[in-house]
Unconditional design. Structure first.
Length: 89
């Protein structure tokens, strides 16, 4: 599954202190942030949606050939429903 980056801001002095005290406890800032983000995902995204996303990640061939934007998705869906074939120029 494709990953995206997020950017957050924190006061420099607070970030330095966080890193310093995490290092003393052999904790990893990146790992802790990833864990926190995963918990937010599990808290706010409904279980059926998470299951659908997880199943979609297994079929990378289907996602690679999927239309790239909403307009193309709509065209492909309409064509599939009508039994027609569409061509993008």
């Amino acid at each position: 599954m494709k990953k995206e980056n997020i950017t957050i801001s924190m006061e420099a002095e607070k970030l330095r202190a966080t890193k310093r005290y995490m290092a003393k406890k052999e904790a990893n800032l990146q790992g802790e942030l990833e864990d926190a983000l995963q918990k937010l995902y599990e808290k706010y995204v409904p279980a059926p949606v998470r299951e659908y996303i997880d199943e979609g990640g297994e079929d990378s061939a289907a996602t690679a050939s999927a239309p790239k934007n909403q307009k193309d998705k709509s065209k492909a869906s309409t064509a599939a429903n009508n039994g027609a074939m569409t061509t993008n120029l």
